[in-house]
Design a protein around this ligand. Sequence first.
Ligand code: ADP
Length: 441
Amino acid sequence: MFRKAHYLFTLLCAGTTSAIMILMSLLYLRVSESSLQNNQFTSFQNDISTIVSVLEQSTYISIQWLSGLEARNDYIIYVVDNDKPFLYNTLKQNMEYDPDALPDQTLLAESLQARDAMFEAESAIPLDNTWFGIIHIEYEFTSSSTGEDYYSSLIDIERGTTHSQIVILNPLSRLQAQILHQRLLFLLLDFVALLAFSVFSWSFTGKLLKPLKENHENQMQFIASASHELRTPLSVILATNECCASATAEEQAGFFHTIRKEGKRMNNLIDDLLTLAHSDTNRFMIERKPAELDTLCTNAYEAFEPLCRQKRLSLSLTMPETPLPRCVCDPERIAQVLSILLHNAVSYTPEGGQVSLALAWRQERKNFFEITVSDTGIGISDSDKKYIFNRFYRAEKSRSGKGHFGLGLSIAFEIVTAHRGRISVQDNVPGGSVFVVRLPG
Ligand code: ADP
């Protein structure tokens, strides 16, 4: 279930971020390409304006000037003199007249056709400077012979009886190669970013799901442990009940006692489970009111005194000599914590041992009450200390204890935490354990 959710969340996260990124890249490419094209066309128009202003000031056109212009700007230039192609290209190459070496006129013809088509469609107006007898127009066309795009400028020069035309073509192959290069670069960048987003999304969603997964596993574990613990007394009750039918009156009394005892055990376990379930769903009600912790400790001491005597344990109570301030807490819940800690201390301390309950008021950076329950019992190993506040955790050596479900300390932990206090455990010297509860003053 979590693996599927992990895949889905990764797909959603990486898919959304990548889609946004690809959309932004496409927008950027569009803007950048149209600005590249505009710049190229503007620069072509500027060149043509410069050429036209040179032509206005001179009475003849120099072949050297034209070929310099062509070489510098990567242009293709045709000259038409009185409606006949002028052998400018041949002259430029051979520097001598050769009527058979007429350069290929296809591009010139295509450019003129494109210009005529534009005039027919009235989609262009030539820029005219009749004072000097020069008209020029710039436009874009695609050659069907070379398959390339060109910016073209047609400059018409009327001087007396002579009519010359200069056609300047600017091939767009370099611009298109630049655009293609830019597109490939963006494709590569988008691909790398997509990979990076996928890796990031996988680890990010994994981190998000981790606490949910752990919580789910804990709940499953909790349900499994609770069912296991409830099954034991229930099986005893059912088995004892069956035996009752064929038992003598004397035996039945013993069986009823067992049923009552196991029923009580189940009842206690259900109470504990409900307490923990309420704490998990934040329905753990803490009814705070000013309470006297010394009274709560005295009551707990008196409640456990007979049990300690029965188990031949010495129980001591240490109180501060000066009167204590009242503690704002839920007295019933704090009494429950004292009972859990004293019950454990009595359970895990062999005969002849000592159990001590102490209350103190500490005034440090923050004032707090400190309740200490110490014993000289079996103690808790360092490896077990990490887990004893976990639900259903019981150290191996104490597993046999009936009525011990491994829930007491986790309940104590929830109660103390709900009071914004702290509970901790340490070793007693020379042996046993010391549980310390700190409550804010
Ligand atoms: P349990 O009902 O089993 O006592 P707790 O949650 O109260 O459950 O305690 C968890 C485990 O911590 C116990 O099973 C026991 O192994 C250990 N423990 C708790 N208190 C003591 C103590 N005073 N001395 C030794 N071990 C203790």
